[in-house]
Write a protein that binds this ligand. Sequence first.
Ligand SMILES: Nc1nc2c(ncn2[C@@H]2O[C@H](COP(=O)(O)OP(=O)(O)OP(=O)(O)O)[C@@H](O)[C@H]2O)c(=O)[nH]1
Ligand SMILES: [Mg+2]
Length: 411
Amino acid sequence: MSRTILAARTDSGTADTTELAALLAAEGHEVCATLAATRREHPDTNLGPALLDRVATAVRDHDAETVAVDADLTPAQTLAVADELPDGVRVRDRTRVVLDTFADRAGTEAARVQVRIGRLEYERELQRELLSAGDVEGFWPDDDHRSVRAIERRLTKARAELRDLPDPRERYRDRREAGFDLVAVVGYTNAGKSTLVRRLADDMTLDRAGSGSASVEDRPFETLSTTTRRATLNGRRVLLTDTVGFVSDLPHDLVRSFDATFAAAYEADAVLLVVDAADPPERMARKVRVAREQLSDADGTVVPVLNKTDAASDERLRAAADRFDGPVTASATEGDLADVRERLLDALPTATATLDLPNDGESMSLVSWCHDRADVRSVEYGERVTVELAGNPAVVAEAERRASEGEAAGQ
Ligand SMILES: Nc1nc2c(ncn2[C@@H]2O[C@H](COP(=O)(O)OP(=O)(O)OP(=O)(O)O)[C@@H](O)[C@H]2O)c(=O)[nH]1
Ligand SMILES: [Mg+2]
């Protein structure tokens, strides 16, 4: 366990260090002291001399090995902060902490390569700055010799590896063409996405052909790669994708490198945006802002889900509800999720059709095909068979095509 001092600077108000503290705890760091100050960003060190002085003292008092700064430092600022600390103390800003967390726990090959790219891009910038300051010696934790050229070679290799992996968006498009309704469950880290996916999949599932399971833990970034489970909603075949949680102030490069999550969100027919309704108002405001930014390109209908209602006071719940247009409330651990299922169904694009079929064996197998994929609202048997159907537009169109094909074949 590494001993860490957490330092935070904020322009106004009080710094909220809970997010970074949770990340550090999840990494197995012991936060020995948290030091905060309210002041303008200092151009050289971000933190400013007074706070930096307190940090240096705390490092000595606690014999700390690392300092985590709750801000995004420029490479020059990282160096300037390290300069004020005892030799060998490692300085990490929040981007670095997030990258390290992901690197430790990335589950899939794609996530691992993406993390590697994010880290290399980060290191390249830092290395450029180190070189121009003429101060490379002893900065990196290992003796790994780095030159900008060497980093770039590794970047090129990693990008090529990523290109060779299957494109996540392609995979979603194939699934859509196969008549699945795609639902992405997204939101801030620790909001309860995986719990919700598990519950929804269990409630909605008739056949459990789904792959993977959604791991639940009270720590940030429990889920580090997308997991998809199959479920049935009103006869429709739904794929529920659990995603990697958002955090605030991620640099654009890093966000872009988490393509799998964004592919799931952007390609989805409907997006469940899970929000922790028990959060204090300021924290929630920040999280909602982050989620909105990240989802601005999503095509599907976004359904806000205020989760953890069991743990939220009425006042918090009302305040949370005011932030959204028509949210649905839920407790993924305790409540009944009927409202979530209903809202999800409303959000999915739906087509209807009435099929008029000859009364023969061929038609019977088409009726059972429909039952497996859509909401068969009525079937009337007479000289002909009349089927009323609602569901995914691609499925309904395919049913109509099969009906007319059967008709043509019978003539
Ligand atoms: N009280 C309460 N706790 C919940 C609820 N839903 C989830 N939790 C808890 O919140 C914690 C985080 O849940 P997860 O499902 O792992 O959250 P997540 O959004 O998938 O988190 P990441 O994968 O880390 O982004 C766990 O301890 C859950 O048991 C809820 O409705 N009420
Ligand atoms: Mg999760």
